[in-house]
Structures are given as structure tokens and as C-alpha cells.
Design a binder for this molecule. Structure first.
Ligand SMILES: C[S@@+](CC[C@H](N)C(=O)[O-])C[C@H]1O[C@@H](n2cnc3c(N)ncnc32)[C@H](O)[C@@H]1O
Length: 205
């Protein structure tokens, strides 16, 4: 059983909050507004039920790999994939186990609600660093802005082309979240423009 489940007793409040406010909707809404070129190679980190990965494959015809340390999530994902008529590649792995070579296979890396514990900060930071060095064009992580996520942002922003912004959506559900966006050397991602800077935080309805 995965640590985030095994540790529910210690972090009950955080886990409950993660389920009550779903940041995968926020990330999806942002991606819908932006779009993704067809056939983009996407990796969803800590996919859980895989909403973001399923939507990227179905809506944008992306080539999606969904990753989670907990193999128990994959049957649910395959069910969602079958219901939506799409294909997803699955990978059981921790964030820390991903090598730069693994990351180099992707153009876009996404994750929602994946930085909820202090001990995830370092492995995600290293993943971002290695991903950018390996040539990943863009990395997006969405969160309600819990302290571990804020720490991850504080460590990533000095890396260079990174920003953190608030994204608010009102339909089909009202949700707000923070998005860490790290842009790599790929040129495509730069075309999406920057969002940060307080005044440019976005609300969409
Ligand atoms: C709060 S859930 C979020 C699931 C999904 N992204 C969503 O927004 O609904 C966190 C997910 O990250 C996975 N996870 C936690 N720690 C991980 C790690 N170190 N490596 C890979 N996956 C991890 C868990 O198994 C779980 O599926």
C-alpha cells in the first residue's frame, strides 16, 4: 500500500482536503484554455484515478503515460481509458526512481495534488531539475498551495524559467489552485506565454 494511504492517520486533514478540492480540474481547465499539440508525449505523475492523463489523451490526442507508485490505481485507470476509447501506457514507479533518461522521453510532464508531504519535495525538485536538463519542454504541477508545494515552488523558481500562478475556474465546478510551471528548452512551451506576476493570475468562467 502506498505511503500516502498508509499515512492517512498522520495526515488525515491533508488527504481529506486533497479529495474535497480537486486540483486535477484546475490543471485540466488550464490545459483546455492553452491546448496541447496532438501527439505530445505526456507523463502524468502520481496519476491516481488519472483524470488529467485521460483528458490529455482524449481531448488532445496526446500520447500519455500515467505513473503512480501504487499499482492498485491502474485497473481504475484502464477502466476509464476503455470507457473513453483511448490508450494509456502505465508505469509503476516512485518520483525518485525516474532517471533523466526516463524523463527525456516526454515533452510535457503534469501532476495534480502530488506534493502534499514534506518528504516528496526533494524527489520532485530533483525530478524537475533532471527533466529540464533532459530536454522536457514543460512541467506543470497543480496544488491547493500546501506548504510542501510552496517549498517546491520556492526551490524551482530560481532554476530559471519557472513561475507560480493562481488559476481559478467557475464551470463546470468552482475551483482554485496554484500551478507551478517550469519551462524547459523546448520552444513550443514558450509560446504559451507567462502567467505569473500577481496581476496576471487568471480566472476563467
Ligand atoms: C492525492 S493523490 C492525487 C491523484 C491524482 N493526481 C488526482 O489529482 O486525483 C496522490 C497520488 O500520488 C501517488 N504518489 C504518492 N507518492 C508518490 C511517489 N513518491 N511516487 C509516485 N507516486 C506517488 C499516490 O499513490 C496517489 O495516487
Amino acid at each position: 500500500m502506498m505511503p500516502w494511504r498508509a499515512g492517512v492517520t498522520d495526515s488525515r486533514r491533508d488527504v481529506k482536503r486533497a479529495h474535497r478540492k480537486d486540483r486535477s480540474f484546475v490543471l485540466l481547465d488550464y490545459l483546455h484554455q492553452r491546448g496541447i499539440p496532438p501527439q505530445t508525449r505526456v507523463l502524468e505523475l502520481g496519476c491516481g484515478w488519472g483524470l488529467v492523463g485521460v483528458a490529455c489523451a482524449k481531448t488532445f490526442q496526446a500520447q500519455v503515460t500515467v505513473l503512480d507508485a501504487d499499482a492498485a490505481v491502474f485497473p481504475y485507470l484502464q477502466l476509464h481509458a476503455a470507457r473513453n476509447g483511448i490508450h494509456l501506457a502505465t508505469r509503476q514507479s516512485t518520483f525518485a526512481d525516474l532517471t533523466p533518461q526516463d524523463l527525456a522521453a516526454f515533452e510535457l510532464i503534469v501532476g495534480a495534488d502530488i506534493c502534499f508531504w514534506e518528504d516528496l519535495v526533494d524527489s520532485l525538485y530533483q525530478l524537475v531539475r533532471h527533466g529540464v536538463a533532459a530536454g522536457v519542454a514543460e512541467i506543470l504541477v497543480a496544488d491547493p498551495s500546501r506548504p510542501p508545494f510552496d517549498e517546491l515552488c520556492a526551490r524551482c523558481v530560481p532554476l530559471g524559467d519557472a513561475e507560480v500562478f493562481t488559476w481559478t475556474m467557475t464551470t463546470p465546478v468552482a475551483e482554485t489552485g496554484r500551478i507551478l510551471r517550469v519551462v524547459g528548452r523546448g520552444t513550443e512551451a514558450r509560446h504559451a506565454g507567462r502567467h505569473a506576476g500577481g496581476a496576471l493570475d487568471c480566472t476563467r468562467s
